[in-house]
Design a protein around this ligand. Structure first.
Ligand SMILES: Nc1ncnc2c1ncn2[C@@H]1O[C@H](COP(=O)(O)OP(=O)(O)OP(=O)(O)O)[C@@H](O)[C@H]1O
Length: 239
């Protein structure tokens, strides 16, 4: 589970500072996807970077499985991130020379909860995850031999390699057409339920919001009441 408690993040801006995240409190529970939406510059990526422990907030707490990451040393934070957080960035960031299977297996060498897991076990998990994302037949392909949607599926499978409790996803559909984008969202919802991750998904694409278990909206770094999206009220469950 991830809980952001009264998180504020500012950046230097000329002589002053700009507030990217403004007193945000947010909880994502296991087995659910929380959508974060809002206009450009509203702080969505900044919020995700704080949740990912990549940026320390000015104030507030980032609590992951009961541990307040803002109180940890840099080394402890890295260990927490590797063991408990899976991150899917907008760009797939796959390594050109590695096959789909190797992209996942290499995660085992980075440590984390599965650190020094036998290579065979890592290879088996990689194969199971590639099956789960519908790429069982493509495990020996390199990124240039995969479509954009398939690369994003490898990216998602890779983020799950270390069995994270928290999955953070930034604009996963931005490079895809609507149909492939919808497929990626379906996949993330299904894997969240199957793997019981606490998932936070940033998207500016309103069409996907009804698939989420909860939706929050940022304006100027702050959460706005309810999930009012173009006059439509989304209920707590999915449509
Ligand atoms: N590294 C940085 N240095 C200074 N200001 C920054 C930095 N990163 C973000 N900002 C500012 O913080 C605010 C929030 O930016 P952020 O990228 O989080 O918004 P966003 O909602 O993700 O936008 P978009 O949808 O366009 O990606 C903006 O005013 C932005 O200019």
């Amino acid at each position: 589970m991830i809980h952001l408690d009264d998180v504020t993040l500012t950046f230097p801006d000329g002589d002053g500072r700009v507030t990217a995240v403004d007193h945000v409190t947010l909880t994502a529970r296991p087995g659910t996807v929380t959508g974060v939406t809002g206009p450009s510059g509203s702080g969505k990526s900044s919020l995700l970077a704080v949740a990912a422990t990549l940026i320390r907030p000015d104030s507030g707490r980032v609590v992951i499985d009961g541990v307040d990451a803002t109180r940890l040393s840099a080394t402890e934070t890295t260990a927490l991130r590797r063991g408990s957080i899976g991150i899917v960035f907008q760009q797939s960031n796959l390594i050109p020379s590695l096959t789909a299977q190797e992209q996942l297996a290499v995660m085992n060498e980075l440590g984390g909860r599965g650190a020094r897991r036998a290579r065979r076990a890592a290879a088996e998990r990689a194969d199971a995850l590639l099956d789960a994302v519908g790429l069982g037949g493509h495990r020996d392909r390199r990124p240039h031999q995969l479509s954009g949607g398939q690369r994003q599926r490898v990216n998602i499978a890779r983020a799950l390699m270390n069995d994270p409790s928290v999955l953070l996803v930034d604009e996963p559909t931005s490079a895809l057409d609507q149909e492939r984008g919808a497929g990626i969202i379906e996949l993330i919802v299904r894997l969240t339920e199957e793997q019981n991750t606490s998932t936070v998904l940033v998207t500016h694409d309103l069409v996907h919001l009804p698939r989420m278990h909860a939706v929050v909206r940022l304006v100027d770094g702050a959460l706005v009441d309810g999930a009012l999206v173009e006059g439509e009220v989304l209920g707590p469950g999915r449509a």
